[in-house]
Design a protein around this ligand. Structure first.
Ligand SMILES: [Zn+2]
Length: 214
């Protein structure tokens, strides 16, 4: 085993964080050069794919490669992404939505019902509908932020920051496998104004690879 060493600053490294990416260098596989961002499951998987390319690996010494591998793998594990960890492992394109979503369907033409089905699947949508109305609370509903709670779980949808924050186990466990919403978030979507919910879910579907789910 090679002892990991943090990559040195390079002349061709980025001068700073990528626009709209984390400003914390620790969220990058190569912090000194702002490369290989690993702050979301999508980006961690992408980092794994790019860093598996021998041409990209060759730019680093072996101990530096070990460092970047370690950072990427830690992120993948944190997000619960099942993956073979070796540098030779190949990772298919990140699948970030239920398999049954109609690929050729125009997202902007999808109804709220269709959107919820795509995000939740039939069984979870049914569970979402079974959550009693008095257990779903919307505290704030503005253009940039929607927040509240479902049962004992909090919900924050930060539209401006492209971030969904929710703390149930199902959400945490499944998001890395592309199931972005749980029954609570489904129930929450059903509670907010239908027009707002439809716009939000369409946007989530369009921009799903750019949003953070945590
Ligand atoms: Zn939940």
């Amino acid at each position: 085993m090679v002892r990991p060493v943090k990559p040195a600053r390079r002349r061709d490294g980025r001068p700073g964080p990528i626009t709209r990416y984390p400003k914390d260098p620790e969220k990058y596989g190569d912090p000194a050069n702002w490369k290989y961002p690993v702050h979301t499951p999508f980006h961690a998987r992408a980092a794994r794919r790019y860093f598996n390319d021998p041409r990209n690996r060759a730019k680093y010494t072996e101990p530096e490669q070990a460092y970047i591998d370690k950072k990427i793998n830690e992120a993948l594990r944190k997000f619960g992404v099942p993956i073979a960890l070796g540098p030779s492992a190949t990772e298919p394109e990140a699948a970030t939505i239920q398999a049954d979503i109609p690929i050729n369907k125009d997202i902007d033409a999808m109804t709220l019902e269709e959107l919820l089905l795509a995000f939740l699947g039939e069984n979870r949508l049914a569970s979402a509908r079974h959550i009693p109305a008095d257990q779903v609370h919307v505290d704030k509903e503005s253009k940039s932020l929607i927040s509240g709670s479902v049962k004992e779980y909090s919900v924050v949808i930060d539209i401006a920051g492209q971030r969904v924050e929710h703390d149930c186990v199902d959400f945490r466990r499944n998001r890395a496998r592309g199931k972005l919403l749980c029954k609570h978030l489904g129930a929450f979507s059903l509670r907010i104004e239908p027009k707002t919910a439809t716009a939000l879910l369409r946007r989530l579907l369009h921009e799903r690879d750019r949003w953070t789910f945590e």
